[in-house]
Structure formats: C-alpha cells, structure tokens
Design a protein around this ligand. Structure first.
Ligand code: SAH
Ligand code: SF4
Length: 352
C-alpha cells in the first residue's frame, strides 16, 4: 500500500516544517505558533478561517493549502449514543471515525488506512483490500473533528483507540506522528496512557512500537489460540504466529512496563468453543495481559455470526477461571454499522 500522491494539506506539516514555511514567507516566527494553535487546539484547518492572521499571510496560505484534508460527509447515531462520522478525502475516498461515550470515558476510534490489506475474513475493511495509507494530517483531523463532536455533546475525549479501518503497523510513521501530536502539550494534550494501538501482529511494526518506549497501550487482535485456526480467520501470510505474538507481548511488558491487551472477536461456531477458551486461557498464563472479547458485529455478505450470550458467558467463565482479566464489548454501536469499515464500504457501494 502506498502513501498518498496528493499535495500535502496544511495539517500534514510537522511543526518544524510550518516554522520553515512561515520563515520562507517572510513572516515573524510567532505566526507559525498562531497557525499551529488554530489546527492543534481549535481544529480549524482552512486558512481562510484563521482570522487573526494578517491578510497577506492568510492569502498566501490559502493559495498553498486551501482545504482541510477531511470534508464531513455524514453521520449516524445509534440508540446507545455511539456516533459514527464519515469523511471524504481529497482523492474522493472515504474514511470513518467513531465516538463512543460511556459513563466514565469518551472514546474516539480512529482509522489508519483506507481499506486494509490484511483481509481478515470477518472484517468489512478487508473486503476491498488495502487502498492507501492515511497521512498524518488525515489522522489528526479525524481526532479534532471527533473532539468537536464530543464537545457539542458536552463531553471531552478521554481515550483513543486506533481500531477503525486499516492496519496501523502498515502505516507506522504517520500513525505515530499523529498520536504524538494528539499527545503533545502544544496540541490536545491527551495522555499517552489513554491511547491504544490495535494490530493484527506485524513483526517490524510491533518491534518499532516497543522500541519507542512510549506509554501507549499495545493491543493484539488474536482471535484464535492456535495458528491453524488463526490462519483461517487472518489469512495474511506475513502476520506473526500465535507464539510470536505471545513473545512480543512479554517483551513489550518487560521493556516498557506496560501490560498488553488481547482482542478476540467471537465468531459463532468458529472460535467460541470451550476447547478454544481453554487453549486461550493457557496461552494467557504468565502474560499479565487483559483480554477484550468482542462478540461479532455481522457484516452483510460475510458468512459469520455473533454467538449467543450464553456461549459468550461460558467463554468468559473459562478465562476467568484462570484469573485472566476479561472484558466483553457488548453491542456498542452495532445498530449503526459501527463494526470496523462498514460505513465507508456502504457509501462506496451506493456510488457504484
Ligand atoms: N487492523 C487492526 C486495527 C483495526 S480492527 C486490528 O485488526 O487490530 C480493530 C478491531 O476490530 C480488531 O480487533 C478487529 O478484529 C475488530 N473487528 C473488525 N471487524 C469486526 C466486526 N465485524 N465485529 C467485531 N469486531 C470486528
Ligand atoms: Fe485489517 Fe484489522 Fe480488519 Fe483485519 S480486522 S482486515 S487487520 S482492519
């Protein structure tokens, strides 16, 4: 998957690049700070709205970088207050983000790519394959748009999960640059511990992630306790094996002191039996990891189903019997297609 061949947007510039640009335009250094504040504090990315800039600078910026990276395209709200926003990108592709208010937190789910090359059998994002990496600006603008939506609801975003469309480890540098900007005191200043990056297990990316020693949380999408079953669900040949993922989780814990999360999508009759729960429990022993079980959100056209609550409860009980820390993500947003990638997919189908 390639990077965008498009002209960079203002939000794609790093702070040092903006400083250089402002200097080249013959403007005093503090103007760069003003432009940065519009973007990183107020979520305003169109220079024509940056009202405290002198007109000549504003005109020059409008000429160079007229438009934001994202155009708001539509949204849907679920009965449970989860909201999903769809954005149109400069090249006409779509990306989506989800706002998940809960009693004690407000979480934003960000996308890292358009489509996904991993092609997990149950996932809507994989259906059309990988299309392209999102730029730093596109990821950052998602966050700012979702923060604004949260504010309109009287809330403040407290957590981020990079669990929307795409495999973040395939777009490592842009994802990390965007998260660093979100985490920065010169921007939204969201605590690093409140940020989770979810991966299917891409060797080089996971190693780089651990080596950064940032207190971001690492989550592995495991979905199966052995390679034979996992390969059927996660067909990417270069994905890490179950044993490698377990080792990488232990290494991450040792080197960063941060506990890892394992995600496991429960697919009826595929990976939800007591035997699989026991095998999973054995795998978790000694890892200190917590497990997030996700009963499947059915995707139209795909042959997988959500297990009955009774089967979910049985799976939980077996894990808890081994003192594994388990949480279950119940139905959040399932009635608005909040499952990974579904809204953007539907929009593309409507356009055809
Ligand atoms: N590519 C990364 C991050 C995006 S997917 C990854 O796979 O980890 C984020 C999570 O959503 C993954 O755990 C994925 O398995 C899960 N997911 C995808 N489609 C789903 C669906 N239809 N129902 C429930 N969970 C789903
Ligand atoms: Fe890609 Fe994650 Fe979907 Fe798998 S679950 S296809 S890795 S987005």
């Amino acid at each position: 998957m390639t990077d965008a061949p498009m002209r960079p947007r203002l939000s794609d510039l790093e702070r040092s690049e903006l400083d250089t640009l402002i200097r080249q335009l013959g403007q005093p250094a503090f103007r760069a700070g003003q432009v940065w504040d519009w973007m990183a504090k107020k979520g305003v990315f169109a220079p024509r709205e940056m009202t405290n800039l002198p007109a000549p600078l504003r005109d020059k910026l409008i000429e160079l970088h007229p438009d934001p990276a994202l155009q708001f395209e539509g949204d849907s709200e679920a009965r449970d207050t989860t909201e999903k926003l769809l954005f149109r990108l400069a090249d006409g592709r779509y990306v989506e983000s989800v706002l998940i208010p809960a009693p004690k937190r407000t979480t934003v789910c960000l996308s890292s790519q358009v489509g996904c090359a991993v092609g997990c059998r149950f996932c809507a994002s994989g259906i059309e394959g990988g299309q392209r990496n999102l730029t730093t600006g596109e990821i950052f603008e998602q966050f700012m748009a979702m923060s604004r939506r949260a504010e309109e609801r009287g809330r403040r975003v407290s957590n981020i999960v990079v669990m929307g469309m795409g495999e973040p480890m395939f777009n490592f540098s842009h994802v990390m640059a965007a998260l660093d900007r979100i985490n920065s005191p010169e921007g939204p200043n969201l605590g690093a511990r409140k940020i989770t990056v979810s991966t299917v297990g891409i060797r080089g990316g996971v190693e780089r992630f651990t080596a950064l020693r940032k207190p971001y949380t690492l989550a592995f999408s495991l979905h199966a306790p052995n390679d034979e079953l996992r390969r059927r669900i996660v067909p990417l040949a270069s994905a890490m094996s179950v044993a490698e993922i377990r080792e990488a989780a232990l290494r991450h814990l040792k080197e960063t002191g941060r506990e890892v999360t394992f995600e496991y999508v429960l697919l009826r009759g595929v990976n939800d039996s007591p035997a699989e729960a026991r095998e999973f429990r054995a795998l978790m022993r000694g890892t200190q990891a917590s497990v997030n079980l996700i009963p499947y959100n059915p995707v139209p056209g795909l042959p997988y189903e959500r297990p009955d609550d009774r089967d979910v409860d049985r799976f939980v009980a077996i894990l808890e019997d081994g003192r594994v820390k388990v949480s279950v993500r119940r139905r959040k947003g399932s009635d608005i297609d909040a499952a990974c990638g579904q809204l953007a997919l539907k929009r593309r189908a409507e356009e055809r």
